[in-house]
Design a protein around this ligand. Structure first.
Ligand code: C2G
Length: 134
């Protein structure tokens, strides 16, 4: 069984996230999504997500491509996760291109998937705040 893992905040879940998860699942048989906790989001990414960790976890667990959702609490946990969950492939959007190549040293394939253009959580928030979209 080929196991795939990906990491992210996945706030205000949108079709860009779904495209990523669909393509990640196509690379294996079992997809683990490591979703950033509220503390990690704020302390490490200066992001305050609209939905809490528990809400974002529940949303991700409802997606047909996703087999398991676990918390992302540190940048460093990826190495350990790969061994603990016997991961074959690490996947993430190409906005992170090159940033996680070191995971190949752990015997894991690293794949950067093109982001879905024209959609992002920050853009959704901005357009709602500016009244561009009802
Ligand atoms: N994504 C995408 N297309 C978009 C928006 C997001 O493909 N239009 C992808 C991102 O590239 C990422 C995933 O969806 O692979 C989740 O996006 P974010 O929630 O923005 O994740 P991020 O804040 O980049 O956190 O340790 C890694 C970090 O936790 C990644």
């Amino acid at each position: 069984m080929r196991k795939v893992i990906t990491y992210g905040t996945f706030d205000l879940l949108h079709y860009g996230h779904i495209n990523l998860l669909k393509r990640a699942k196509e690379l294996g048989d079992y997809l683990i999504v490591c979703v950033s906790t509220d503390e990690f989001n704020w302390n490490e990414k200066k992001k305050k997500s609209y939905f809490t960790y528990e809400q974002r976890k529940a949303l991700l667990e409802s997606i047909r491509y996703v087999d398991l959702v676990i918390p992302e609490e540190t940048w460093e946990q990826k190495r350990n996760d790969i061994h603990e969950y016997h991961i074959d492939t690490f996947v993430i959007g190409d906005d992170w291109k090159g940033k996680f190549d070191y995971l190949k040293d752990e015997g894991c394939e690293v794949i950067y998937i093109p982001r879905t253009p024209e959609i992002s959580t920050s853009q959704i928030k901005a357009e709602l705040n500016n009244g561009k979209k009802e």
